[in-house]
Design a protein around this ligand. Structure first.
Ligand code: SF4
Length: 411
């Protein structure tokens, strides 16, 4: 249900990501659950760094795929390095370019993260990094650089399922991935083994939360504006992967959200005017884009990371994790993500798809172009946006394109 709330800050004046979160909390003053989720997001990196200083193991990583489930079972907090983008500014770009000679055109995500590690080096904070060579070349360069600054970096190999891989080739990939997980366990604990019973607990938790998030997404269809764009994207694209470093608190907030959405009265007028959209990108750090979508009357009801399949609990836990990875949207080839997007467009009868990627990322550029052609041929409207990762307001051009797209769909 839409609430008319007098907000202390005009979103047009917001210049920093942290201010967007504060603004979003205020805009959700009617929902303690959404406010709590935003607080958990706000405190993800600082909370993990506090826990580390208090003696709890924590590592920087991508905090998605097999990593969070495995790490929580080993008692280690997975901290998504990309979340540091929120603290970055132009100065961080300069650190990456001047100190480390990153070319100007390098992806801003990598430059932000490297600069944040540079500032944190030898400050007594988290100093281990689980790298993943399925990231990209700029990231591979970043791991090598930060090793020289005292970080303990371990890199696991690429996780990639090509579009035609099945049968024996898929079985080989599954075995390979199980080996990768054991390598990570050995790096972290000194033993090439996992505690299967703890891993089963984490798989059960993940399945429970995947089910609960599906429920949230279904309830949002009747309450499209209750949870605004920034809040849902942080909850689904970040929180569902790694629980913002606090699994129990994340699950409690989701339970509370389900309760709130179940009790919220349905506003028929809102349902008639809603413009259902599917977001086909990562989180993005230009939070103002989400505000522009909300203001134009759009609702991000479907996302690329929507819970698709559950983990199989009838298999040994490492095998279950490996099979889940290759069965889902991030299995490798873009076609797997496209299947999820397509099923979201159908499920929601979405009016449009927003494709978003970072300037300088050749990987997402190719995927976005493939998705754009696919949806174009199906007659589904798409807008293809390129943004940057550093903190600050989005460029006027990106905002104008978002607003024009949503308003075109409304017309
Ligand atoms: S956005 Fe692209 S270039 Fe940047 S880190 Fe991610 S994969 Fe690499």
């Amino acid at each position: 249900m839409t609430r008319a709330i007098a907000l202390a800050q005009d979103p047009e004046d917001i210049r920093a990501q942290k201010e967007y979160i504060a603004y979003s909390k205020e805009a959700h003053s009617y929902s303690p659950a959404i406010q709590r989720l935003l607080e958990l997001s706000e405190d993800y990196v600082p909370g993990a760094e506090r826990a580390f200083k208090a003696g709890k193991p924590a590592i920087w990583c991508q905090a998605n795929g097999f990593v969070p489930v495995l790490l929580y079972s080993l008692g280690v907090i997975p901290v998504a390095a990309g979340e540091m983008g929120r603290y970055s500014a132009k100065e961080d770009m300069l650190i990456a370019e001047d100190t480390y000679q990153f070319p100007v055109e390098t992806c801003s995500m990598v430059k932000c993260v490297v600069a944040q590690w540079h500032k944190r080096a030898k400050t007594g904070t988290i100093n281990r990094i689980l790298a993943n060579s399925s990231g990209c070349e700029p990231y591979n360069m970043a791991w090598e650089i930060v090793k020289k600054h005292g970080y303990d970096v371990f890199s696991n190999e690429i996780i990639y399922r090509g579009p035609t891989v099945k049968g024996e080739r898929l079985e080989q990939l599954v075995k390979f991935t199980i080996g990768q997980m054991l390598d990570v366990a050995e790096w972290l604990t000194g033993k090439r083994a996992v505690d299967e019973s703890r891993l089963k607990v984490e798989i059960a938790r993940k399945n429970r939360l995947l089910g609960k998030l599906r429920q949230v997404l279904e309830l949002r269809r009747a309450h499209p504006f209750y949870m605004k764009s920034l809040a849902i994207i942080l909850t689904l694209n970040v929180g569902l992967n790694n629980y913002f470093g606090k699994p129990e608190e994340f699950e409690r907030a989701i339970d509370e959200l389900i309760l709130e959405l179940t009790k919220a009265p349905i506003n028929e007028k809102e349902l008639q005017k809603v413009i259902a959209l599917v977001w086909a990108g990562g989180v993005g750090q230009e939070f103002g884009i989400y505000e522009a979508i909300d203001q134009a009357g759009g609702a991000l009801l479907g996302l690329r990371s929507v819970p698709f399949r559950l983990y199989r609990q009838d298999l040994p836990p490492l095998e279950s994790i490996a099979r889940w990875i290759y069965d889902n949207s991030n299995a490798g080839a873009g076609v797997y993500a496209r299947e999820v997007l397509d099923s979201e467009v159908e499920r929601l009868k979405a009016r449009g798809v927003i494709l978003y990627g970072y300037i300088g990322c050749s990987y997402s550029t190719v995927n976005r172009e493939m998705f754009r052609r696919f949806f174009h041929e199906k007659g589904v409207a798409c807008v293809n946006l390129e943004g940057s990762f550093q903190t600050g307001a989005p460029t006027g051009q990106v905002l104008t394109r978002v607003k024009a797209f949503v308003e075109m769909l409304a017309a």
